[in-house]
Design a protein around this ligand. Structure first.
Ligand code: GN1
Ligand code: MG
Length: 389
């Protein structure tokens, strides 16, 4: 993307952010599927300082101002909590929004696009794959901690930055529309995948039904906790900060633990074509849950704990369904780097579900054993979902 039109849009407006010193360079950064991300470098009295800039994808986030208001509330709350607890290094432990010179959390470009700037958190990296149970444990812990930090955010309900984001039922409606429209004539090549999605439709509604019927509580959650959205400290090899906050909004705790299970327990990247590598790893699952529950067990209700095994399968299913829908609709949503990229991603997610299914009883047993082991004295034992044993 170097020299891309987006980069020149950034260069035209970057001085409108409250950044001091001399601008030196800017370049594309990261591997997100949705926004365009750049990093810039500045000379501030002899010290090199970097900033992260993103052009918010307005096709996906139709109210960028609401996205930014959510992010400011959430990061402001986390910073206050860290300060109260006397924790230092706070600007590395949550994102910091850099305002425009006129005090806004965004700047509009010449084409009307919305840009935001964060402090660049130095000395961190992200993982595309976990390579040890220890990593799985600290990733789980960081999301449990994130949910805990936000459990007492007061005030108005956060905006739903993407309505029905994890609503399986509306995702299925859109999928059926794409199948019947078949605008690119791709339906014929994906009969197996379509059949898989149909067979799993009823089961896939389990989280959204529980939420709608009030059997599990609405909570503020991240909604996009794939592993590479968590920054890890280079020096201490511990999760430091949860990034990509665009989708922080009301949901259920299970969306987050589910997306983490989807991405941390597999031995292959989301777009791996060699499906023999796509395997659910029970040891990583166990470590991840230990980390997550060490933070979350104190506030989770029995009904939420009971659905943890289902959550990983569920979020893997919704991603498979979304990739397939985007493939059928012509790859408009996710950035693709090769032909059939979205179909590869869909097949990968289906393979992961099949690998989970092959180990289903072990998943249930492991979850129950961890909940029992970490159980606070007053808590009661986990009930597993009988319908899908
Ligand atoms: C997108 O923005 P990014 O790349 O972290 C998507 C997630 C998917 C993910 C799949 C707003 O996340 O829901 O899980 O791709 N985000 C949005 O890799 O749709
Ligand atoms: Mg994202």
């Amino acid at each position: 993307m170097a020299g891309s039109p987006r980069l020149s849009l950034l260069l035209d407006l970057v001085h409108q952010f409250s950044i001091y010193g001399e601008f030196e360079t800017a370049a594309p950064f990261g591997s997100g599927h949705i926004n365009d991300t750049f990093v810039s470098q500045w000379n501030q009295a002899g010290t090199r300082i970097r900033y992260l800039h993103q052009r918010i994808n307005e096709g996906v986030f139709v109210h960028p101002d609401e996205v930014m208001e959510n992010i400011e509330r959430v990061t402001g709350h986390i910073v206050k909590k860290l300060a109260t607890a006397g924790i230092s290094g706070r600007s590395r432990r949550t994102l910091t929004v850099v305002h425009s010179r006129d005090g806004k959390s965004w700047v509009r470009d010449a084409e009307g696009g919305w840009w935001r700037t964060y402090l660049f958190i130095e000395g961190t990296h992200t993982l595309e794959l976990a390579s040890s149970p220890d990593q799985a444990r600290f990733l789980g812990k960081s999301i449990g901690n994130f949910q805990k930090q936000l459990a007492d955010l007061g005030g108005e309900r956060l905006y739903e930055t993407i309505p029905d984001f994890h609503n399986m039922e509306s995702r299925y409606r859109r999928f059926y529309g794409a199948v019947s429209g078949d605008t690119l004539g791709r339906v014929g090549q994906v009969q197996e995948e379509i059949a898989f999605m149909k067979e799993n439709e009823e089961r896939g509604g389990i989280l959204i039904r529980a939420l709608r019927e009030g059997r599990i509580p609405e909570r503020i959650c991240h909604n996009d906790t794939k592993m590479n959205n968590i920054f890890i400290d280079d020096e201490h090899s511990q999760a430091l900060c949860v990034g990509d906050l665009d989708t922080v909004m009301p949901g259920t705790s299970l969306f987050d633990v589910g997306d983490l299970i989807r991405t941390v327990t597999t031995r292959a990247e989301e777009d791996e074509r060699d499906l023999s590598k796509v395997k659910f790893d029970l040891c990583f699952f166990e470590a991840l849950l230990e980390g997550y529950l060490s933070e979350a067990l104190g506030f989770l209700l029995e009904e939420e704990k009971a659905l943890i095994p289902e959550s990983g399968r569920n979020i893997t299913q919704i991603m498979g369904l979304r990739f397939l829908t985007d493939y059928l609709e012509g790859d408009h949503y996710y950035h693709i780097a090769r032909q059939d990229h979205n179909l590869d991603r869909c097949r990968n997610q289906i393979a992961l579900i099949k690998s989970m299914d092959a180990q289903w009883q072990a998943i249930l047993d492991t979850t129950a054993a961890i909940c029992e082991r970490l159980r606070p004295e007053t808590g009661s034992q986990i009930k597993t979902e009988p319908a899908y044993q």
